[in-house]
Every structure is written in C-alpha cells, then in structure tokens.
Design a protein around this ligand. Structure first.
Ligand SMILES: [Fe+2]
Length: 447
C-alpha cells in the first residue's frame, strides 16, 4: 500500500524569484507546494501544516538563519521529511557539515538543473512512501502481535477453565458409572444372598494381582469392574441353582449354569465403556488346559484379565464362600502334618484355598497369575486398612463407602463401595434431617 495523500513540499528561500521559479517547476505536478521566505517562516509552516510534509528544500544562504541551521531544527519538528539544500559553490564547507550531521539527504548547487531536481524529488518521494509504508506495517504488526498475545492469553484462560470443568465432569461421569456398576453388581447378591460381598472381594483380589503384574491403568480398571460383575449372569438362576447343590441339578439347569458367563457378558456388552469388560466376563470360567466353559479356550486364547478373575474367584469360593473348603483344609492338614487346632478357621480356609490354587496351577489356572496372587496375599487388604467411621459433615467427594449405609431407622440408603459425589452427599444431608444417619464407614480411595 502506498501513500494516497498528495505529497507536500516546502520550499524555503529569502529570494522571491527563486521561490517562484521552484513553484513554476512543480506547477503541473500532483504535489502540494508550500513556500517560506525565511527559516523562521519555514518553521512556522512546519508546525502549522495540517498534512505531513514529505520534502523540505531550503536555500543555504539566508539572513538570520542559514539553510543548514533551519534544516537542523526542521529535522526535530518533522523527522520523517526528506531535506534538500540549495547552495552556491562557495558554501561547500557548510554543506559537508550538514551532510556529516545527517541533516540533509541531497544538495543542489545553484543554478540547478530542472530535470535533475525533478528526478531527485520523484525518487526521494518514492523512498518516503516506502519508509512510511514500512513504518505502518511495523506498527500494524506490533499491534497485531499485541492483539494476538491478548487473544492467546484469553484463549489460554478459557482452555484452562474448560479443562477444569471437563475434568470435573469426567470425574463425575466416571463416578456415576462406577456407582451404576456397583449397584448392578449388588443386584446379583440380593438375588443370591450367599454371594454377598463375593463380587467386591473378587474385584479387590483381581486388582491386587493386576498391580503385582504391573498391568496398565486401563487394564486394571477393566479387571476391577469385571471382577465386580463377573457373576452378573446368575441373575436368572432358579432357587435350585442358587442353592448350589450341583448333584441335584437337571441337565437343563446345568446348561443354565454353564451359560452364565455368556448371559452376563451379553447384559453389559452394549454399554460402550464396558465392551472389554464384557469379554473378560465371558471368559472367566475358561481353563488353561481347555477344559473350561463356555468356549473351551486354552492358554493364550484366554484374556489375561479373565485368568486373573478366575484365580481371585477360585480363592474366594473356598476362603470366604466356604465351597469345598473342608476338602482342601483336610488336604492341607494332611500334607503339612498340622493338627486342626494349629490355626484358626479363617487361617485354615486360607491355607486350603492357597493349596487349591497351587494344585490347579498349570491345569486350570495360569501359574504366573497364581504366583502373582500369592505375592499379593502378603500385602494387607486396601479396604480394611483404610476404613474409618466419619460423621455426615465430614464426608467429602471421593470417599468410598466400605459398608452398606443405613439410617438410624434401618432404612437402606447405599451399598458399600459407593463412590461419594457432591450430589450424593447433599442428598444424604437432606435425608439426615428427617431420618438421621449414623456410623458411616468410609475410606478415602479415589476412582
Ligand atoms: Fe462365575
């Protein structure tokens, strides 16, 4: 972009005929011409002119103020203007001084050559346009940079706030999903009371194995959820199946039992976040040697998460559900030569369960998973370790119920393992006004 304003040229000379000659020379040009007959007059013009003056042409030899003195002051008033000096040969010392001080851009000796002067004027005015354009672009760039900086600062703030809100929402969504899974899991245990706590314990043991095996956070999360829901397919079990008296089952009932991994997997496979979990549930009764069900998978065809849940499930069945516990306790006592009173019932069942896992490693269970579980058993359980009783007003988002929550009138409110969100806590406080809540067992574990 070039300067669209006509250029203004100021001629300064104490000789009126010279000024008139210069005006004539540029009469047909597109420039606006100003004249002054002294340095003082020239300074007034510079100060009062409404448009910027592109070029100043001054005579050197003037009374009171010489051309170089005038141009020195003109430079201070209008630094962007180009400055020419007209002089006689006798003033060459003054010209050299003015050039050295940077006060003039060109000089012409009188009498000047008209064409040469016109050509030089045209050239410096083009240069003037370029310099002005350059300054304009520099200023524009600086302004844009400043604006960009401001915008990027605002954007940064907005992204920070949005991320904060998103993180909070994600946490809430994750907590809601976790609570939904938990409630879902508790449905089976309501239907089959002797399984009470089984899903939660299998989930806990499986997570501990996965931790020892250093699986990724995503794999551990899926294993935890699959452990909690692994027997969800038992929701349609009849009374006879629930009693677990396998010798009394008909062929059809046995089939229903054998399809519970598929039933459970089908129940949750349509929940997008739980697709991988559905597959872990499907394979939790597969055996390493291919003797399991429902698809008789073996070795590496069985997902590692399912192998882990199988070990946790097998251990809990003997240690806590006491299924076939006596058989393995007797084997343990016989094997190690203990008398029954050497250990308490719990310790005996635990040893029986460990023996059971060891006996079936390499056939049903993956030996690496059994080994990892035995390592994890040396560590104390996370849940009991962190459990504490808190008052309602001490509840904080992120706490997890370690026991079912009831009101003082025995009204059931929430199952254990519920992740407390702000909205849950608000609802509990509202309920507490009419039906007080006491003894809230919690731990501070985060999802
Ligand atoms: Fe099962």
């Amino acid at each position: 972009m070039t300067n669209t304003m006509p250029h203004t040229i100021l001629f300064v000379d104490d000789e009126i005929p010279i000024l008139k000659a210069l005006q004539r020379l540029f009469r047909k040009s597109k420039y606006q011409i100003l004249v002054a007959n002294s340095g003082q007059e020239g300074i007034k013009q510079l100060k009062n002119c409404s448009s910027p003056i592109s070029l100043i042409v001054s005579d050197q030899k003037m009374p009171e103020m010489s051309g170089s003195q005038f141009l020195e002051q003109a430079k201070k008033i209008s630094p962007d203007s180009f400055r020419f000096l007209l002089t006689g040969y006798s003033d060459m010392d003054a010209v050299a001084d003015a050039i050295n001080k940077g006060e003039i851009h060109r000089y012409f000796t009188k009498p000047w050559n008209d064409n040469d002067l016109k050509l030089q004027v045209q050239q410096v005015l083009k240069e003037y346009d370029l310099i002005l354009e350059n300054k304009r672009l520099t200023a524009l760039t600086q302004q844009q940079n400043h604006q960009l900086f401001k915008i990027s600062k605002i954007l940064n703030e907005k992204v920070k706030n949005a991320t904060k809100i998103l993180n909070h929402k994600n946490k809430e969504l994750e907590a809601n999903l976790f609570n939904m899974i938990n409630l879902f899991g508790s449905l089976v245990e309501i239907h089959i009371p002797h399984l009470k706590g089984h899903g939660e314990r299998v989930s806990k043991y499986a997570k501990e194995i996965a931790d020892v095996m250093q699986l990724s956070a995503k794999e551990i999360r899926n294993i935890e959820i699959a452990g909690l829901l692994h027997d969800i397919g038992k929701i349609n079990f009849t009374e006879k199946l629930i009693k677990n008296e396998t010798h009394k089952w008909s062929g059809q009932e046995k089939n229903i039992y054998l399809t519970h991994p598929e039933t459970g997997s089908t129940m949750i496979q349509f929940i997008e976040q739980l697709e991988d979990v559905a597959n872990l549930i499907l394979c939790h009764h597969e055996n390493l040697d291919g003797s399991g069900f429902p698809n008789k998978l073996n070795e590496d065809k069985i997902p590692l998460g399912s192998k882990i849940i199988a070990v946790a499930d097998g251990y809990d069945k003997i240690f806590n559900l006491k299924i076939d516990a006596d058989k393995y306790v007797q084997s343990y006592l016989k094997k190690d030569g203990y008398t029954k009173d050497a250990l308490n019932d719990g310790q005996l069942r635990q040893q029986g369960a460990i023996l059971y896992l060891k006996q079936h490693a390499f056939t049903w269970y993956d030996p690496d998973v059994v080994k990892a579980f035995l390592e994890s058993l040396k560590k104390q359980g996370v849940y009991s370790k962190n459990e504490r009783i808190v008052k309602l007003e001490e509840l904080k988002e992120g706490m997890i119920l370690t026991r079912h929550l009831y009101t003082i009138n025995k009204r059931f409110l929430l199952p254990f393992n519920t992740f407390l969100t702000e909205s849950y806590i608000d609802k509990l406080k509202a309920i507490h006004m009419n039906d007080p809540i006491e003894n809230i067992f919690c731990q501070s574990k985060k999802v």
